[in-house]
Ligand binder design. Structure first.
Ligand code: ADP
Ligand code: MG
Length: 747
């Protein structure tokens, strides 16, 4: 074991000692021999063995310790323990080389390394091996860590090889296989499920791969005992769910003896993780309800009533009425509201938002509405200004693009309280923006705003934070909502305004192009308008714009002037030109709008009844749903045509089939979550909330539900977790304050 000298000599005056994160753990006046110091360090670490720095584990040392810290964020024994394997390989069988084929996946072979040679230079340098068993020969290949491998691998020796089969020019090979000299352990089938850990190129090249990790885990488990890892769930719960103990679960997740043991461990650890997450979220919610006072909007007054009787252009749907009631109730309790408003595209969330703002105005407060993009913010601004015309309400727009005198004027009037409703982008939460009395803040999130940004809105005010209403532009599955917005109350608009016809969605490919053009002409003859949408992805922006350009030219031939007029809108255009083109379409001067996904949010043209989506396979499901929501806004039958290539991946096919089958945003969101996993759903990544160790929101919905229910019940019965049976929970939470760091910042 080596102790870094700078740690040792950090003492002031004559003190020598050992510090951990700035706190002295062991100090000594005068000289203390290094050996003794080491011993004391070990002893002091015994109290919190899991806090011991990682380099003190047998076989790690400072160099590897540094690597583990840098590459994987593993600082302590506890960190090591808490990084679980992400898969396990069945090492009970050996394959014959003769029977291998390109799609076989991972294989384990036993044989002799016959040859080893280096070829290429610099970055193209690689190491080739030939590996033979009784039935055939296969190539092994490495691109990194060559120096080290060359030294450690021995031609002529017997190895167990593990890796993934791939094919290159009809030749099978394994890239970066794990190599282990044949020994008793790996041939006796002692390990049945070998864990595989997350790793990095760098770690692999330094020889710290799964095998080395397994060795570290063995060393770790020699150091710790069940006493070091106390139970963190009440005994009653452990028995009721037939969970293994906390310690056994950890041991089994790293060293599963068989499949059923592994499953039990993983079930418990998933539950545990989700349970503590939900517990924290519910505590936040509960704590806020007790502690965070809010403005009391006592009355509904003239603004609301005049709007309702004179201005409201349609009858509210039952769902809209219900949700407005729910929100109104919150606003009158004197406790800060934190509510999520979910509703499918076109369900009329904006109207709900507006009517809530009117209640705030009636009580003398200002309101703000924040949208994730400039276009969407503009759209909200325009529709709100239009709705409240004649009601003597000051509505203003603020974004990064509002500058100079205009900006200064807005900021001044805002602070003086002369602006009632401020609509804008995240520019609203910047520091110079000061309200006189912000009573209600609405964010239209499209799951893009992080939790921290939401929190910033709260600080816009004293003495109380404003009431917060979060709207999501696309529905999110219940499980995801419970996690991302688990600290909020939820309202759902589950009803579309009447008279809407289901959009008919049709899948077509290039071979149907003529028929599609025919359908477009029919719609135009009926006086309707059409969107043609092209994907635009940053990485291939130029190529995508070329596609759009070509598409536009082809359309211009099929729909010649002057009979037909076409607008083009894409992200590379100047805002002014974009606006002009958009306006032409909105006014009905053009029949076709060719666009990239800039129209995804915002644009509202009820006369548009057809949308052609090109290269549909390149869009994600929720994006497609969002796009499709741009048609079907009037009373006419609308169509969405999904154009794809001939060849589709399985996932692509499933996405298209889902779109054709249903218009239900919640069903689509579930499918999206299932297909892509939560990590890829827009905006969830930066929230950090889904960086779970083992649970997977997409797959573990049932466990999540249970965890939420159990957490709710426990807090109902014992809000402060004071009962003796809940000791394990309380102690664990106290020790793991880091849990949900992003969230606690809010509270
Ligand atoms: P969302 O933001 O939920 O996608 P919007 O608020 O943009 O939906 O509403 C979509 C369209 O439906 C708008 O044109 C709006 O004026 C209209 N709308 C909203 N509520 C009703 C209603 N109760 N009856 C008829 N039309 C409505
Ligand atoms: Mg909307």
């Amino acid at each position: 074991m080596v102790i870094k000298s700078q740690v040792l000599k950090k003492g002031r005056g004559r003190e020598t000692g050992f510090w951990r994160q700035g706190t002295p753990i062991l100090l000594s006046r005068g000289f203390l021999p290094l050996e003794k110091l080491r011993y004391f360090c070990m002893m002091s670490a015994r109290n919190h063995i899991l806090d011991t720095q990682i380099e003190y584990l047998k076989g790690i040392g400072p160099k590897r310790g540094e690597l583990l810290r840098k590459e994987l964020g593993i600082h302590t024994f506890g960190d090591l323990l808490n990084q679980y394997p992400f898969r396990y390989v069945d090492k009970t069988k050996f394959h014959n080389i003769r029977e291998l084929h390109p799609n076989i996946g991972n294989v384990q072979l036993k044989g002799v390394l016959r040859r080893l040679s280096v070829s290429g230079q610099g970055r193209r340098k690689r190491l080739h091996g030939r590996f033979r068993d009784a039935t055939g020969v296969i190539d092994l290949i490495w691109f990194t860590g060559i120096h080290w491998l060359e030294k450690s691998l021995v031609v002529g020796k017997e190895y167990v090889v593990y890796g993934r089969i791939s094919a290159f020019k009809d030749q099978l090979n394994i890239a970066h296989p794990e190599m282990e000299e044949v020994n008793e352990e790996n041939t006796q089938k002692a390990i049945t499920f070998a864990p595989v850990y997350p790793s990095t190129e760098k770690l692999n090249s330094k020889g710290v791969e799964s095998k080395a990790r397994r060795r570290m885990m063995t060393a770790l488990f020699e150091k710790i005992s069940p006493a070091d890892i106390p139970e963190n769930l009440p005994q009653k719960m452990v028995s009721a769910f037939k969970f293994p103990s906390h310690f056994s679960a950890l041991k089994d997740i790293h060293f599963p003896k068989n499949k059923s043991v592994l499953e039990a461990a993983s079930r418990r650890l998933k539950f545990e993780e989700l349970f503590f997450l939900q517990l924290r979220l519910l505590q936040l919610k509960l704590g806020r309800k007790q502690a965070v006072k809010g403005y009391n909007f006592e009355k509904v007054g003239d603004f609301f009533n005049r709007f309702f009787t004179e201005k409201l252009p349609f009858e509210l749907t039952g769902a809209q009425k219900r949700v407005i009631k729910e929100i109104r109730r919150d606003l009158g309790t004197g406790i800060q509201m934190n509510r999520l408003l979910q509703g499918d595209v076109g369900s009329g969330k904006t109207m709900v938002a507006l009517m809530c703002m009117l209640i705030a105005l009636d009580n003398g407060y200002q309101t703000a509405m924040m949208a994730p993009t400039e276009i969407l913010a503009q759209q909200h601004f325009l529709s709100i200004s239009e709705y409240v015309k004649g009601l003597d309400i000051q509505v203003e727009f603020l974004s990064g693009s509002v500058k100079g005198k205009k900006r200064k004027d807005i900021l001044e009037r805002l602070e003086a309280g002369d602006i009632h409703i401020l609509v804008g982008t995240h520019a609203l939460i910047e520091d110079p923006v000061q309200f006189k009395n912000l009573g209600l803040a609405i964010t239209d999130e499209q799951h893009r705003f992080g939790v921290a940004q939401r929190a910033k809105l709260w600080k816009k005010n004293t003495p109380y934070p404003p009431h917060i209403l979060v709207m999501t532009a696309t529905p999110i599955p219940r499980t995801l909502a419970l996690t991302l917005y688990g600290d909020l109350d939820v309202s759902v608009i589950d009803e579309l305004p009447p008279g809407r016809k289901e959009i008919q969605t049709i899948h077509r490919n290039e071979g149907h192009r003529l028929r599609v053009i025919g359908m477009m002409k029919e719609q135009i003859k009926l006086g309707r308008q059409i969107y043609v949408v092209y994907p635009l992805i940053e990485e291939s922006e130029t190529l995508d714009l070329n596609n759009l350009q070509e598409g536009y030219e082809a359309l211009s031939r099929d729909f010649p002037k002057p009979e037909y007029q076409i607008s083009v809108v894409h992200g590379r255009m100047k805002a002014k030109d974009k606006d002009y083109e958009m306006q032409r379409f909105v006014k009905g001067e053009t029949q076709i709008m060719v666009a990239t996904t800039v129209i995804e949010v915002g644009v509202n043209v009820p006369n548009a009844t057809m949308m052609i989506i090109e290269n549909t396979e390149r869009f994600g499901l929720s994006q497609l749903h969002q796009l499709r929501g741009r048609v079907g806004r009037g009373g006419e039958q609308s169509y969405c045509i999904l154009m794809t290539g001939y060849k589709l991946s399985n996932e692509g096919k499933e996405r298209i089939q889902t779109m054709v089958r249903t218009n239900d945003g919640f069903e689509i969101a579930e499918a999206d979550l299932r297909l892509r996993g939560p990590g890829d759903i827009e905006g969830t990544r930066q929230s950090g909330i889904l960086d779970l160790r083992i649970a997977d929101i997409a797959k573990d919905g049932r466990i999540l539900q249970t965890a939420r229910e159990v957490a709710t019940r426990i807090l109902e019965e014992d809000p402060k977790l004071e009962q003796p049976e809940n000791n394990p929970i309380r102690q664990y939470l106290a020790k793991n304050k880091k849990l949900l760091r992003g969230w606690s910042r809010i509270s």
